[in-house]
Write a protein that binds this ligand. Structure first.
Ligand SMILES: NC(=O)c1ccc[n+]([C@@H]2O[C@H](COP(=O)([O-])OP(=O)(O)OC[C@H]3O[C@@H](n4cnc5c(N)ncnc54)[C@H](OP(=O)(O)O)[C@@H]3O)[C@@H](O)[C@H]2O)c1
Length: 345
């Protein structure tokens, strides 16, 4: 029998914050360069990117670039995703989309493989990955609900600038240099200075006073956990950190749950590491989570405001488990389940 060729994988947005990490992850798996199609906007057409001791060329995301592609990892804006989707689907490739374009559509699975990998089986050509703040929160809640059903969640996020993309990462560096050099910061990506500041706004505001990001956290968490009525309230905050989002979470359970029970459940969950020894000043920090795959959880303690409540803190690399790694794991899971093609094809 002839050996099966490795999948042909298109990385759309290959020059961006998420796409470049997707390429790094493919490189770490030694996925052959001739089975990788690096795509971006017309601006990047012809640009060379290092890959497995050689270079691969970035092409403009023209429709014909998806010919023969098995899987497209798409990390571009929602508008561009929507434009490219019919071209990708028409050519029979599975689209794994990092953006918000399709996440809440009833016919699109929104997947974190550790939680709802089985949802992959009913895809119709598109699988979405959640927002980078949602994925680690949903994993932590999934681990904890095995101890006792979750009744209510409140969360405040501390989100790194890479969550906005490569331009925001550059803006933080430039502003930091300007401020340290005694020059005024010049905000462009964000509405205010981000260097030496925090912004209690991630994405645009809605009429109810919450931001779109906060609504995404609520709606996406409910969809992934299959708990459509889970009470959850979020405050999303941008902080001057390059990589890794952190979150301070209060969880109310059906019954009292001890910190030790929670630690045991979290430590036993694939993709979560407990880092919790406050007496020795050991707790998760974004600096240490960056470049790593797990959700790091600590500061696990009783919530003083509720007998059935716990409070905790976690950090997670938003570009890895929050985006590119989750997308690759979805592909692995689709292959494992024989679900690369939509059901019925
Ligand atoms: N950053 C995160 O932590 C994170 C996490 C989860 C999901 N996401 C989602 O992932 C997506 C990408 O985010 P990012 O942070 O990687 O953004 P980014 O750093 O700004 O990168 C955007 C990418 O899109 C490409 N692009 C722009 N216009 C295009 C077009 N017309 N056709 C094809 N490609 C085009 C850019 O190519 P050029 O370089 O040629 O302009 C670049 O490669 C967004 O939907 C975001 O919401 C991000």
């Amino acid at each position: 029998m002839p050996l099966q060729k490795p999948l042909k994988i298109a990385v759309v947005g290959a020059t961006g914050a998420v796409g470049s990490v997707a390429l790094k992850l493919l490189e770490a798996r030694k996925h052959p360069a001739d089975r990788v199609v690096a795509l971006a906007s017309a601006r990047s057409d012809g640009k060379k990117l290092p890959y497995l001791n050689r270079e691969i060329t970035v092409h403009e995301s023209r429709p014909d670039m998806f010919e023969g592609v098995d899987v497209a990892f798409v990390s571009v804006s929602a508008t561009v995703s929507k434009l490219l989707q019919p071209e990708i689907t028409k050519r029979g490739a599975l689209m794994i989309d990092d953006g918000s374009a399709f996440r809440m559509r009833a016919d699109v699975p929104l997947v974190v493989p550790e939680i709802n990998g089985a949802d992959i089986e009913w895809h119709r050509g598109i699988i979405s990955i959640p927002n980078c703040t949602t994925t680690p929160l949903a994993m932590v809640l999934d681990a904890l609900r095995r101890v006792s059903p979750v009744k209510r969640v409140t969360v405040a996020t501390y989100q790194a600038v890479s969550g906005t993309g490569a331009a925001a990462q550059a803006e933080l560096i430039e502003q930091s240099k300007d401020v340290l050099g005694g020059r005024p910061a010049r905000p462009a990506v964000y509405p205010h200075q981000i260097a030496f500041n925090v912004l209690p706004q991630v994405d645009d505001f809605e009429a109810d006073g919450y931001t779109k990001e906060e609504h995404k956290m609520v709606n996406e968490t409910r969809k992934i956990l299959h708990e459509p009525d889970l009470p959850l309230s979020a405050t999303c905050v941008r902080v001057p950190v390059q990589i890794s989002h952190s979150e301070a979470v209060q969880v109310e359970f059906e019954r009292a749950v001890s910190p030790d029970e929670a630690r045991e459940a979290l430590a036993g969950y694939v993709g979560i590491s407990v880092v919790d020894d406050p007496a020795r000043r050991v707790y998760p920090m974004p600096h240490q989570a960056a470049g790593r795959d797990d959700v790091f959880v600590g500061r696990i303690r009783k919530d003083l405001s509720h007998p059935n409540g716990l409070a905790l803190w976690f950090s997670c690399d938003n570009l890895r488990k929050g985006a590119a790694l989750n997308a690759l794991q979805i592909l692995d899971e689709a292959v494992r389940r024989g679900s690369l093609k939509p059901t019925g094809q």
